[in-house]
Design a protein. Structure first.
Length: 115
């Protein structure tokens, strides 16, 4: 059984930083694609960033230049370094891995950006 566990969320002031982690457990020989999504209150879940096993990354325009996605393949963990946070970054952040046509999600970690 595949499980994803996010951590690292919390309350931070505007222009602050947080680092999210998502640890993957279960019988997986390899994970090609890993992604972060977020869902703000009243909004649909939106894609934030993704990374392939080779290290290629993509970012949503709203976070480009402020967020950095990375991964540790040996630890089966994906990270999201978030800098210069803004109130509009407030959301529950989820990691996602699609495997064999099925989307696995974590339970989410809440990020609140407020003074």
């Amino acid at each position: 059984q595949v499980q994803l566990v996010e951590s690292g969320g919390g309350l931070v002031q505007p222009e602050g930083s947080l680092r999210l982690s998502c640890a993957v457990s279960g019988r997986l020989s390899s994970i090609n694609y890993m992604a972060w999504y977020r869902q703000a209150p009243g909004n649909q879940r939106e894609w934030v960033a993704d990374i392939t096993s080779g290290g290629n990354t993509n970012y949503a325009g709203s976070v480009k230049g402020r967020f950095t996605i990375s991964r540790d393949n040996g630890k089966k963990t994906v990270y999201l370094q978030m800098n210069n946070l803004k109130p509009e970054d407030t959301a529950v952040y989820y990691c996602n891995i699609p495997i064999s046509g099925y989307n696995y999600w974590g339970q989410g970690t809440r990020v609140t950006v407020s003074s």
